[in-house]
Design a protein. Structure first.
Length: 156
């Protein structure tokens, strides 16, 4: 009879231990959940309708290759070490073309070098005359700032 009571007590303790183990493991179960981090980190090629591409500031008709060529010309034209001459670009495949002309001197703004420019962008679409600014960061990458249609100032 004593051995039956000991056996029942042992089973009760074993059940209680298993229950405690399960209850202790439940809060930790969330720690083992796998979440694909790629969905939280942009791949750099995501395209959304709410964020316009940089080339859209020049013309919504420019494709990626047009923008690559335009950006190269912009960098050469706006380089503070350059000669200040206009730099042209074109893409025979798309028919897009344009030029950048630096205006004034480059100036430091928030750890970047910024410079105003005039630009013409055209080709398959009517030529657009633009004015704007672009800034070069420490890595040498130029980014467009404000860009708007250019209206020549008339002497009055």
């Amino acid at each position: 009879m004593a051995s039956a009571n000991i056996e029942r007590a042992t089973r009760s303790v074993a059940r209680a231990a298993r229950l405690c183990l399960v209850l202790a493991a439940l809060p930790l179960a969330g720690c083992a959940t796998a979440i694909p981090l790629a969905s939280f980190m942009g791949s750099g090629s995501d395209v959304t309708g709410s964020i316009p591409s940089p080339s859209a500031k020049l013309s919504p008709m420019l494709d990626a290759e047009d923008w690559r060529r335009a950006k190269g010309a912009m960098g050469l034209a706006l380089d503070p070490q350059g000669n200040g001459a206009p730099v042209s670009w074109d893409n025979a495949k798309s028919g897009a073309r344009g030029s950048f002309t630096p205006v004034g001197e480059a100036r430091p703004v928030d750890d970047r070098i910024c410079r105003a420019f005039l630009a013409d962008v055209g080709g398959a679409v009517p030529v657009r005359a633009l004015q704007g600014t672009a800034c070069r960061d420490k890595s040498g990458e130029w980014t467009l700032g404000d860009v708007k249609p250019w209206t020549a100032q008339r002497a009055g």
